[in-house]
Design a protein around this ligand. Structure first.
Ligand SMILES: [Zn+2]
Length: 80
């Protein structure tokens, strides 16, 4: 069996997925975290975004941090 790599397709609209950057906002109830320059896979057709696994770990940590600090609004930037 050959394991051929197909270009990724959007599960919603079958549009082409492209690597890009997005701004990710997390509302954790008592505050909001805005994270810029988050690498994500973005559908060129419907604009749906999926953030990468390694990034979602970072995002979780940032949100946890903001909660601990009782931040109301936290804006930061991730570099790739
Ligand atoms: Zn799509």
């Amino acid at each position: 069996m050959k394991n051929q790599k197909k270009p990724p397709k959007c599960p919603l609209c079958s549009g082409t997925l492209e690597k890009g950057k997005t701004t990710f906002t997390v509302d954790f109830g008592s505050g909001v975290v805005v994270i810029r320059n988050v690498s994500a896979t973005i559908c060129s057709q419907c604009g749906m975004e999926w953030i990468d696994d390694d990034v979602s770990g970072k995002v979780e940590k940032i949100v946890k941090d903001a909660k601990n600090k009782h931040s109301v609004v936290e804006v930061l930037s991730l570099s790739a």
